[in-house]
Design a protein around this ligand. Structure first.
Ligand code: 5GP
Length: 122
């Protein structure tokens, strides 16, 4: 159901084939700056495991991976100053309707300005 493409760009970043601006790396997770930031703070947090979407990760990752991922997100919020601070938005896109571009699960942490409406009206 969740078929993982090992050639996706984040898999290549994890293999060191493409450079990234790392914010934080842990045993199971990597956080790095988005190449095309949509806000003054725009960090992507990814698990190192081969998970395609949030629901895939939530269903199949180990407890250790899940805790590591969320602790990494918390540290990124602190390191980038969005919390404590003026706050942030955490977004994940999944598949076609989510308009996911890169098929490796990632959480966008966005901040540094008011983030506007949650979604565009259809
Ligand atoms: P999605 O639409 O899949 O939720 O978001 C993918 C994100 O990955 C986009 O915000 C895009 O700018 C970012 N991105 C795509 N390719 C690269 C890359 O090679 N390096 C980095 N750091 N970010 C990338």
């Amino acid at each position: 159901m969740h078929s993982y493409d090992p050639q996706n760009i984040f898999a290549r970043i994890l293999r060191g084939e493409i450079p990234n601006k790392t914010v934080l790396e842990t045993e199971h997770s990597l956080a790095f700056h988005d190449i095309n930031p949509a806000a003054p703070v725009h960090v992507l947090v990814i698990p190192k495991g081969a998970y395609v979407t949030f629901d895939h990760f939530a269903a199949e990752a180990s407890a250790e991976e899940i805790v590591d991922f969320h602790r990494t997100c918390a540290q990124v919020c602190q390191m980038t100053g969005v919390m404590p601070g003026k706050g942030y938005r955490a977004i994940t896109n999944a598949a076609e309707h989510g308009m996911q571009e890169v098929p490796h699960y990632h959480l966008h942490i966005l901040g540094g300005r008011p983030m506007g409406r949650l979604v565009d009206p259809a």
